[in-house]
Design a protein around this ligand. Structure first.
Ligand code: ADP
Length: 437
């Protein structure tokens, strides 16, 4: 301000001195004309720059400083500096805002912001898909006009948001479950957070079913056992009867032992790391085991044929592969009446190692095939119990194969037999060098 005043005073004084000199040297008229011309020039000059300033304030240019002599140059320069600082600040705020939006978009949860009238101010893509919203189209729409689920409307209007709301029947297929919670903030605004808990609910239901199944499976032999114990304690039994009862009790105990041991195998499979993809298993040894076990289980009551490419192998965990393939072979024998045939096949097909067991046994109804690998699922309870099954064998097979990225395919015809085929991925299929002679 001081500089401006000083400069103005200096220019007025200079003009006055110039006019005085011209007045003294020429005449008063010339001095007057000079003063008028100078004042006109000054006023034109400042009008020009005022207009330029006006335009600049309307649409600031951040690139270059307009040049002008004297005080106007100074004004432009300072204004330019100010505009640049503002511009940088605005850009910083814009970047922060866009990073903030990106972070909320990246959130696995739905986030919707409502204004003080419960109208949608903003929502992320997850919230759009949870509630079937369109962030652009539905902007400023009252949320209950779009999310009409009665539970949600009631919850929002209740103004009691300490607990979350569970919304069922959501999504395109009306099969999803959402957990929703409202968090009030600012001036009567609300944040609606949503999470898809369909999978969580499903695994929770599966866990409950599983616990119920395990309890049921163990309860049956336990009840039988305690029944026998009571009989032995209360009734006078002959030696033959006593040994018969002890044998039956031993059967029930062994049944429970098998169930517990299969459950432990499953638990271990679920907790273990993925099998290595660079460790070749000794397939010759596995096939030998399978053949020996099959023969001892069948006790020559079946025709068993092994057709195997012994150089072919896969990578993974040998004990797991042996248990999975062993389960398929023993099932084939257990569910094939005496005199039937079992064929085991181990060959490469299109780069995949393929293992298959075909039996001429009882077969499986088509409706049961998709459920075979469920824990404790049996096609025929009495049939499975007769053969000492736990109902967990194919669940173990499924787990082992999943861990090795292999596929299980079941083809069966009731009364004619079944074929269980395992197809290993190409990246796990390998070939062993023949042993040096
Ligand atoms: P289990 O211990 O009862 O044999 P699994 O999980 O091994 O349990 O098999 C599940 C059910 O699938 C069995 O109860 C049986 O009914 C049926 N199943 C499995 N393999 C065969 C097969 N080769 N032939 C006929 N039925 C089979």
């Amino acid at each position: 301000m001081n500089i401006i005043w000083a400069r103005s005073i200096v220019s007025v004084v200079l003009l006055a001195v110039l006019c005085a000199v011209v007045g003294a040297l020429v005449n008063i008229k010339a001095a007057l004309v000079l003063a008028i011309v100078m004042l006109l020039a000054q006023s034109t000059f400042s009008t020009f720059h005022k207009q330029r300033l006006w335009r600049l304030l309307d649409a600031p240019v951040y690139g270059e400083v307009p040049s002008a002599p004297g005080i106007w140059g100074e004004i432009y320069y300072r204004l330019h500096k100010l505009a640049k600082r503002w511009h940088a600040q605005v850009r910083q705020v814009e970047q922060q805002h866009s990073r903030f939006i990106q972070a909320i978009q990246a959130s696995p949860n739905g986030v919707a912001m409502l204004d003080d009238h419960d109208q949608i101010e903003w929502c992320n893509a997850i919230s759009e898909s949870h509630f079937g919203l369109d962030a652009k189209r539905d902007l400023r729409q009252h949320i209950t006009h779009l999310v009409r689920h009665p539970d949600f409307v009631r919850y929002l209007n209740s103004h009691r948001y300490e607990e979350m709301l569970i919304m069922r029947g959501m999504g395109d297929k009306r099969q999803n479950v959402l957990s929703v919670q409202v968090f009030p903030y600012g001036e009567n605004r609300k944040l609606v957070l949503s999470q898809d808990i369909t999978e969580l609910e499903r695994t929770d239901a599966m866990r409950r079913d599983f616990v119920a199944n395990v309890s049921h499976e163990l309860k049956t032999p336990l009840t039988v056992l305690s029944g026998f114990l009571e009989t032995m304690r209360e009734l006078p039994l002959s030696e033959a009867e006593r040994s018969r009862y002890l044998e039956l009790m031993e059967q029930q105990a062994s049944r429970m032992r098998h169930i517990v041991s299969d459950l432990l195998v499953l638990a271990k499979l679920e907790g273990d790391n993925k099998p290595p993809s660079d460790q070749m298993i000794d397939m010759r040894a596995v096939l030998r085991h399978l053949r020996d076990d099959a023969q001892s289980l069948s006790s020559d009551h079946h025709r068993i044929v092994f057709d195997a490419d012994e150089g072919l192998t896969v990578t993974g965990v040998e004990t797991e592969i042996l248990s999975a393939l062993g389960n398929l072979v023993t099932n084939a024998i257990r569910y094939t009446p005496d005199g039937g045939a079992i064929k085991v096949h181990w060959h490469a097909q299109g780069g995949h190692a393929v293992f298959s067991v075909t039996d001429s046994g009882l077969g499986i109804p088509a409706a049961d095939i998709p459920r075979l690998t469920e824990r404790f699922y049996r096609v025929d309870r009495s049939r499975s119990r007769d053969t000492g099954g736990t109902g967990l064998g194919l669940a173990i097979v499924k787990h082992v194969l999943q861990r090795h990225d292999a596929q299980l395919d079941v083809k069966s015809e009731e009364g004619r037999g079944s074929t269980f085929t395992v197809r290993f991925p190409v990246y796990r299929t390998a070939r062993r060098q023949p042993a040096p002679v």
